[in-house]
Write a protein of this length. Structure first.
Length: 272
């Protein structure tokens, strides 16, 4: 993780665009899922604001003056949201994420939809990042892509019971996580945590690997000996699309509340 720059360095001279007209001294209204919110030089799209991480779109307004090449910014997440970024101090305990990001240049003529109509942008990118401090409460958070630059709008979204970095264990009980290639089954355990009970998950909602295989079967058992039931799913290796080049795998599904659920783990192919 990066360390917040000093307040002096946060006023980058090349961020010379005026504060957008939507800037307010207080949390902005939460936007619809596909709507982008104006900040200062940047525009933000909240996609999944979860307990353990955040997925969002970031763009640079064509009204901003920035150097050629990729846009370098720092994404910060703060809970509870500040009333304004002016005077906000980056070393406060409410800063839950501080991560450098690079937004690539956009194709000529690129626009994004905002509440004020289509906004022309020069850079656009999409990011999935974990919080530095978490998990977050199911309440409002603020996201800023310019390190909380003075004068930026306070763009907010509400944290829901979704998970982008859910703890899973491929081939529980084995180390390393050796998976057969071209035959056999792979077991994947979804671990119960203080935030989520695995016995409340619906096995049919889960898909595994590049092939997005459906589970062949499931059971509840305590795989990590913490006296809590974990959900163990079984998948066909071939159906999951596992290959000799596979180094990590992803499990997707629905959280107990029906929201996004994602987890990943490293694997070692066997039989190649």
């Amino acid at each position: 993780m990066t360390t917040s720059p000093s307040r002096t360095s946060r006023h980058r001279p090349w961020l010379v665009a005026a504060v957008a007209s939507s800037a307010v001294f207080g949390p902005a209204v939460v936007a619809a899922a596909q709507t982008w919110q104006n900040s200062s030089s940047t525009v933000i799209q909240f996609q999944n604001t979860c307990r353990d991480g955040i997925r969002f779109g970031g763009a640079v307004s064509a009204d901003a003056t920035v150097p050629a090449g990729p846009f370098k910014g720092t994404a910060v997440v703060v809970q509870p949201p500040p009333s304004t970024w002016t005077g906000w101090k980056p070393d406060r305990g409410d800063e839950k994420m501080n991560t450098e990001i690079t937004i690539p240049e956009a194709p000529s003529g690129q626009t994004v939809p905002t509440d004020d109509g289509d906004e022309a942008v020069t850079h656009i990118g999409y990011f999935t990042l974990p919080y530095r401090d978490g998990p977050l409460d199911k309440d409002l958070v603020a996201l800023n892509l310019e390190d909380g630059l003075d004068g930026s709008a306070v763009n907010t979204d509400k944290v829901t019971d979704c998970f982008l970095y859910a703890p899973i264990d491929v081939q529980p009980g084995k180390s390393p996580n050796t998976v057969p290639i071209g035959h056999g089954e792979v077991s994947v355990a979804v671990l119960t945590t203080d935030l989520m009970r695995a016995d409340r998950l619906k096995p049919k909602k889960f898909r595994f690997g590049p092939g997005k295989a459906a589970p062949r079967g499931s059971e509840l058992r305590d795989v990590n000996k913490d006296k809590r039931a974990d959900l163990v799913l079984r998948f066909g290796s071939t159906a999951a699309g596992l290959k000799c080049s596979t180094k990590s795998v992803k499990l997707t599904g629905k959280s107990p509340s029906g929201d996004v659920f994602e987890g990943s783990d490293k694997v070692v192919p066997d039989g190649c």
